[in-house]
Ligand binder design. Structure first.
Ligand code: X1X
Length: 326
C-alpha cells in the first residue's frame, strides 16, 4: 500500500515538474538595434511563430539597443551558453570560432538578389552550418538579411582613385580586410560600437553598411556620403545556442526550427523591401548624399582571385563553386 502511495506521489511530482518546466521556459534574445530595425522585427516574428507551433508556453525576453552588448559579444555568449539563447548576427562576427563561416558573407559573393535568394532557400550552405555547430556549438535555424552594403564616408568617393587609401572600418573576419585591401582601400577591423566615434575623431573616414543599420544608428550624422558600391547583399543567420537548444523539449526544438526558417523568410522579404525605401528616406531628409561608383565592374574583377584563394585555403573551393553556380 505504502509503495503504491509513494508511486502516486512520484507521478504527481513528475507531472507538476513537467508542467512547471514547460511554463518556465524563457528564451532570451539580443539585438543591437531598436524596435524599428528589421533584425528586431524578425526576432519578434520568430518568437510569435515558435509559440504558434509549440504546444506550450515559451516566454521570449528580447533585449534591444545593445543592452547585452554587440554581435561580437553575442557570439561568445552563444558559444558558452550564457546570457542569451538566440540572436541574428553577421557570419563575419563568428570567424573566431569557425573560420569558414564568413565565406557566406563575403563581399561580391552574389550576382544579384535572385542569386542571393536562390542560395538562401537551398541547402548549399549546409557544410558551413555543420562547421559552426561542431566548432562553436551554435545552430543556424534560419536566414534573414537582404540589406545591400555600400561604402559610407565623411567625404565623397566615386571612383577607384578616390577609394585608394580610404581609411575604413571592416568587420573582424580577415576576408573582409583582404577584399577591401585588394580594392586598394586601407581597411582596419574596428568594433561596431566604436565606428561612430572613430569617424567623428578622424581615426577612419568611413566604413560599409546597409541602409537599415545606417538609419537605425544614425551613422549619416558623421558619414553623410554613400557610394553605391553594392558590394554585398547581407546574409544574417538566426542563431540559437546549442546548449540552449539541447535543454529544450523535443517538440519545442521542432517548433524553433520551423519558426526559424519562416521568420528568416519574413525577415528577408522585409529588409530587402525596406532597403531602398530607407535609403530614399535618408536622402529626402537631407541626411545622405548618394553617388554611383564609376568602376563597379572593375571591383568585381579585382576581388575574384581573393575569394578563390580564401576558399582554397579553407578547402572550400567546391562549396564556393556550388554557391556561384546557384
Ligand atoms: O558591420 C557590422 O558589424 C554590422 O552591420 C550591420 O549593422 C549588420 O549587418 C550587423 O549584422 C553587423 O554585422
Amino acid at each position: 500500500k505504502g509503495l503504491v502511495r509513494a508511486a502516486a506521489i512520484v507521478a504527481t511530482v513528475t507531472a507538476t515538474f513537467t508542467a512547471a518546466q514547460a511554463q518556465d521556459i524563457t528564451l532570451r534574445g539580443a539585438s543591437q538595434f531598436d524596435e524599428n530595425h528589421a533584425f528586431t522585427k524578425t526576432m519578434e516574428r520568430f518568437a510569435e511563430l515558435t509559440n504558434e507551433y509549440y504546444d506550450g508556453e515559451v516566454a521570449f525576453d528580447l533585449r534591444l539597443n545593445g543592452e547585452l552588448g554587440m554581435e561580437a559579444d553575442y557570439v561568445t555568449f552563444l558559444q558558452q551558453g550564457v546570457a542569451i539563447d538566440y540572436t541574428i548576427m553577421a557570419p563575419s562576427n563568428m570567424a573566431t570560432f569557425a573560420p569558414s563561416i564568413p565565406l557566406m558573407d563575403m563581399p561580391f559573393l552574389f550576382r544579384d538578389q535572385a542569386h542571393w535568394e536562390a542560395v538562401l532557400s537551398s541547402d548549399v550552405l549546409k557544410p558551413l552550418e555543420e562547421e559552426l555547430l561542431e566548432k562553436a556549438d551554435i545552430m543556424i535555424v534560419g536566414y534573414t538579411g537582404g540589406g545591400v552594403r555600400n561604402v559610407i564616408s565623411n567625404k565623397p568617393i566615386s571612383n577607384l582613385e578616390e577609394l585608394a587609401g580610404f581609411k575604413m572600418r571592416v568587420m573582424g573576419a580577415p576576408i573582409q580586410a583582404q577584399i577591401f585591401s585588394a580594392l586598394t582601400a586601407a581597411p582596419s577591423a574596428i568594433s561596431y560600437s566604436e565606428v561612430y566615434n572613430a569617424i567623428q575623431t578622424g581615426v577612419i573616414d568611413g566604413f560599409e553598411n546597409e541602409a537599415a543599420s545606417i538609419q537605425n544608428l544614425k551613422f549619416y550624422e558623421v558619414a553623410p556620403y554613400l557610394t553605391l558600391t553594392k558590394h554585398a547583399i547581407t546574409v544574417r543567420p538566426i542563431v540559437v545556442s546549442g546548449k540552449s537548444f539541447r535543454n529544450m523539449p523535443e517538440d519545442l526544438q521542432a517548433a524553433v526550427m520551423k519558426a526559424g526558417e519562416e521568420a528568416g523568410a519574413f525577415g528577408r522579404e522585409l529588409e530587402s523591401r525596406e532597403d531602398g525605401e530607407k535609403l530614399q528616406e535618408m536622402v529626402d531628409a537631407g541626411q545622405l548624399t548618394l553617388q554611383e561608383f564609376a568602376e563597379r565592374d572593375q571591383l568585381l574583377e579585382m576581388v575574384v582571385p581573393v575569394q578563390d584563394d580564401y576558399a582554397a585555403e579553407l578547402g572550400a573551393t567546391e562549396l564556393l563553386t556550388a554557391i556561384r553556380a546557384k
